[in-house]
Design a protein around this ligand. Structure first.
Ligand code: AKG
Length: 307
């Protein structure tokens, strides 16, 4: 099989990805079908994702970026020698997870939870929308990205038909490292069923080590599918699919699609993105992610049972 020449060497979780054209490729851009909801639904079912290139107002996304980088600067994550908009991080800043900088952040809240994004999901679902109140905000410095996983183990207590929206706040080159999805993995229930229905916040009350971990907000199961993206691909087949994202794009996918991200191989820049979640208003919602102060994976979100 020949190498995909359009793509430079890519890395994820410290592993060089296999660059053969049957093992890696580009996300399909569905912006051509933006006004054809039946086609979007077909593609979501077939591909497991929709990549909407340039669907959003770039200026609005960049304004949201500015609000985030100014908060990252206040939090001491950025190198003050550079304008905050450049998101140049201090050495060793690593993988920064900062959901709190989306709270009371008008530019981000408006972008994610009103306007084009909400209209998109309402059209897709064909009914009114409910979204999680919790927003996962990641600012990933040079180093490893996210390891392969599905989202359901983190948010499966309500409907299983909700969708993740992955939003890049700025242009994300292959070097900066955006999201990648594993082609066709959502259809591999033979490989997923023993993994995907587990709940990261569930524990066995009658197992002292698990009960102790839960009491301290810890996990007995991290939700990770693997730490080795090439070997996951070899097991599932299909290609890892990614792209160079631009501010104004978003990627949406369901709870069963295996995804991960490319490593950040820049010298000193943060890759800034969020994941937010949307569902049909008529369906049950996972209580961990709603309300003024969602409990999330804290002690309050743990669920014990005898097992
Ligand atoms: O941004 C990343 O690296 C991971 C995002 C993710 O796992 C998600 O959107 O569910």
């Amino acid at each position: 099989m020949s190498t995909t020449t359009a793509l430079p060497p890519l890395y994820s979780y410290g592993h060089a990805l296999d660059m053969d054209e049957d093992k890696i490729g580009l996300l399909r851009d569905s912006s051509d079908a933006a006004d054809d909801v039946e086609e979007l639904r077909r593609r979501l079912a077939d591909d497991g994702y929709l990549y909407m290139r340039g669907y959003l107002d770039r200026a609005e996304v960049l304004a949201a970026r500015a609000s985030l980088t100014s908060r990252l600067a206040e939090a001491g994550v950025l190198d003050p020698a550079f304008p905050h908009l450049d998101a140049v991080c201090k050495p060793g800043s690593g993988y920064v997870f900062k959901p709190e900088i989306t709270n009371n952040n008008e530019a981000v809240q408006r972008l994610l939870y009103s306007g084009r994004v909400v209209e998109f999901y309402e059209k897709l679902f064909g009914e009114s929308l409910r979204h999680y109140d919790f927003t996962w905000l990641r600012a990933i410095g040079p180093g490893k990205g996210t390891n392969p996983h599905c989202d359901l183990p983190y948010m499966g207590r309500g409907t299983h038909r909700h969708l993740t929206c992955w939003m890049p706040y700025g242009d994300i080159s292959f070097t900066l490292g955006g999201l990648m999805v594993l082609e066709g993995s959502h259809k591999r229930m033979d490989l997923l069923e023993n993994y995907v229905y587990r709940d990261v916040d569930a524990f066995c009350e009658n197992k002292p080590k698990q009960a102790e971990a839960a009491k301290n907000g810890g996990w007995t199961f991290t939700g990770t599918l693997s730490h080795n993206p090439p070997s996951v691909r070899n097991k599932f087949g299909g290609r890892w699919l990614t792209t160079e994202f631009r501010a104004g794009d978003f990627l949406t996918f369901g709870m069963f699609l295996v995804h991960a991200s490319l490593d950040n191989r820049s010298d000193n820049r943060l890759r800034i993105s969020s994941d937010s979640r949307y569902q049909r208003a008529s369906e049950p919602i996972d209580e961990r992610w709603v309300g003024a102060n969602p409990p999330g994976h804290t002690t309050a979100g743990k669920r014990g049972r005898i097992c």
